[in-house]
Design a protein around this ligand. Structure first.
Ligand code: TUI
Length: 308
């Protein structure tokens, strides 16, 4: 099997999470320039916004980068064509099954790496032609599946014959080594990059991650089709209370509308939705992206072994 850095054309076997509203050209370019595969996270953006982000990323880096398409977005279908028009080299997908698009992406020379939360979906996308899979455990921030990274990664690694990239709960070299020990060939990180100097989120978001302890995340929306892990705050607690009281899904969904922008852009500590993973408690300081990536790999025994 190819080393994953050959698939990505990067120094490190690392993909940046496609964090909605957070993974802009600034973050994508910083990660790519530091030796990882930076991503533009389309989230709920329309095609004009994503085109602009792709073009700005190209101005900031000559290294490879990718685009993450969140398949629940109303713009997902249009974005599947935009990445071809804009000559993007890697596409990752989340929150759905990308199989209907894989053939056209391959014809355009795009490497396709779906994010999956189960063995069944991993098998399905590999049958559909996926070049690798990101296996995301429930420790991750944002929209998540049920299974933990520790249980899921080795099961998917045994089930498919493409490289597995582990995600969810990784923020230092110990997480990297654990992922490799479980059969992963690379890692994806999100939360640790939220606490980077280059990350374009409001300062309050970064401070919330740095101050968080192990038990400070909560999963909202378990009763919907899209459970989401966020840092606890007034908004998350209110949501949980209303959900316990049996308030209808529509009211709950209305409550969360725009709450991610309130966190990312306004730093509204009470009403924002601060998506973040369980590993937030391990993150103690703001660092440049380059320091984060170097420290993930220079102390990793597996990485040293592979590249010695
Ligand atoms: O997609 C993510 N994480 C995200 S997307 C997002 S934006 C959002 N905001 C509010 C509600 C919903 C989304 C924030 N964080 N991670 C990858 C991921 N994919 N996690 C889980 C899945 C997934 C779930 C079901 C992938 C495929 C899937 O398939 C269902 C099917 O169609 O078979």
């Amino acid at each position: 099997m190819k080393d994953i850095t050959e698939l990505f054309h990067t120094k490190y076997p690392l993909i940046q999470g496609g964090m909605a509203n957070v993974a802009t050209h600034q973050l994508a370019a910083a990660v790519s320039n530091a030796g990882g595969l930076g991503l533009i996270g389309c989230g709920g953006w329309d095609t004009d916004r994503v085109r602009e982000e792709i073009r700005k990323t190209k101005e900031l880096t000559d290294k490879p980068f990718g685009v993450n398409i969140m398949l629940m977005s109303p713009y997902a279908q249009a974005l599947t064509d935009l990445v071809i028009e804009e000559g993007v080299s890697v596409v990752t997908t989340g929150a759905g099954n990308p199989n209907p698009y894989i053939e056209k992406w391959h014809e355009a020379g795009i490497t396709v790496i779906p994010v999956v939360p189960s063995v069944a979906l991993a098998r399905r996308v590999v049958r559909g032609g996926a070049d690798a899979v990101v296996v995301e455990g429930t420790e991750a921030g944002g929209h998540i599946g049920e299974l933990s990274t520790f249980a899921l990664v080795p099961q998917v690694a045994d089930a498919v014959d493409v490289p597995v990239v582990a995600a969810g709960g990784i923020a230092d070299y110990r997480g990297v080594d654990a992922a490799f020990a479980l059969g992963a060939k690379g890692i994806q990180v999100g939360t640790v990059l939220l606490a980077s100097k280059e990350c374009p989120v409001h300062e309050n978001y970064k401070q919330k991650i740095i101050k968080a302890k192990d038990t400070d995340t909560i999963v909202t929306g378990r009763e919907t089709k899209a459970p989401v892990r966020v840092l606890k705050n007034k908004m998350a607690k209110k949501y949980m209370q209303l959900s316990r009281e049996g308030v209808d899904l529509e009211t709950l969904e209305r409550m969360t509308l725009g709450s991610l922008s309130k966190a990312v852009e306004e730093g509204d500590v009470d009403q924002g939705s601060f998506m973040a993973g369980q590993i937030s408690g391990l993150i103690k300081e703001l660092r440049p992206v380059e320091d984060i990536l170097d420290s993930l790999f220079t102390n990793s025994r597996f990485f040293k072994e592979i590249h010695s």
